[in-house]
Design a binder for this molecule. Structure first.
Ligand SMILES: [Zn+2]
Ligand SMILES: [Zn+2]
Length: 326
């Protein structure tokens, strides 16, 4: 430290302590606050947010309800570690009971970010297939409706081979598991399309889906931030309708089961994937109003994956989306 002035040092320490509450995560957690006696106000759309499973997966349902959601997305394993959480047995029943009590539908699971089913490294591919099979097994164990997957990175090969590899690896990962019987559908998510990442265009997502049709229940998840930074126009009213038309012609709007509602920190076409609060980024509020009220998308679940910078940001973003439904 440069300064020898103890007063300054003490002042700095006090400030630092103020900025670092004992446990920020705990303070932000809605479960530590008193539950409202009234059920949350709901709209005619399914609206939710990616929700923490801290303390057990049943806590995610309780949190989602208290935040005011009628759908939710979770991780079934730590997003950036290979080892999954332990899932005990009667989870399906418990989750179905909680979800019917709280009117939470669908239950969406987002796959761990480490999985790369397009990997050209044999060992990493094997690890990814095993991990993804674990994701599918856990999704089945909690009676989830959807399992969202990023199509992967084609580093070391070309895009076309990468898309083929991803489709083949999904088929291999789900071999012998009856997803249709359990009502579980895998959703391929479009991505920001940076460097080697697959799924930066609707055509690429459609290609993976087409290859898996008849093999495994398969559809799409469209992320507004990814769509915008990948270069599609989601900002001007005319642009949104053109983008939706293009989405319909490639993937088909009926096949879009989940829409990740995220505003963007980066510019359109930048390929930089940084999520922002609804209405506070380069997309703005109006496009979300159009998407939420388009009847062709009324079947979809609208799920935010927005940052939590301050306690209550999760509830505010869900509220912001709900307010837009006419
Ligand atoms: Zn997303
Ligand atoms: Zn993203």
């Amino acid at each position: 430290m440069i300064t020898g002035d103890s007063t300054v040092r003490l002042a700095k320490r006090a400030l630092y302590t103020n900025l670092m509450p004992r446990s920020l995560a705990r303070e932000q957690d809605i479960l530590t606050r008193q539950a409202s006696k009234r059920p949350p106000h709901l709209t005619s759309r399914r609206i939710g947010i990616h929700t923490s499973t801290a303390g057990g997966i049943h806590n995610a349902a309780e949190r989602a309800y208290r935040i005011g959601c009628n759908t939710l997305q979770i991780f079934s394993s730590s997003p950036r570690h290979w080892a999954p959480y332990e899932l005990s047995n009667p989870l399906c029943e418990q989750m179905l009971q909680l979800r019917s009590q709280y009117n939470l539908k669908p239950l969406v699971i987002h796959t761990n970010y480490l999985v790369n089913l397009a990997s050209t490294n044999e060992l990493f591919l094997k690890k990814s297939i095993e991990a993804f099979r674990g994701e599918v097994e856990r999704a089945l164990a909690v009676c989830a409706d959807y399992l969202v997957l990023h199509p992967g990175s084609f580093r070391g090969t070309d895009r076309e081979a990468g898309l083929l590899q991803t489709a083949a690896a999904i088929a291999a990962s789900t071999h012998g598991l009856d997803l249709a019987q359990a009502g579980l559908t895998i959703l391929i998510e479009n991505t920001a399309g940076s460097e080697f990442s697959l799924g930066g265009s609707f055509e690429q997502v459609a290609e993976v889906i087409d290859r898996l049709r008849g093999i495994v229940p398969i559809a799409a998840c469209i992320d507004t931030c990814h769509t915008h930074v990948a270069g599609y126009d989601l900002v001007s009213e005319e642009g949104i309708y053109q983008t939706l038309q293009h989405l319909d012609a490639t993937i088909g709007l009926n096949n879009v089961k989940v829409i990740h509602c995220n505003d963007a920190k980066a510019a359109r076409g930048s390929k930089l994937d940084r999520h922002q609060h609804i209405g506070k980024g380069t997309i703005g509020i109006q496009p979300f109003r159009i998407l939420l009220n388009d009847l062709r998308l009324a079947h979809a679940a609208f799920i935010a994956e927005t940052p939590i910078d301050k306690p209550g940001d999760d509830r505010r973003n869900v509220e912001a989306l709900k307010k837009l439904v006419a």
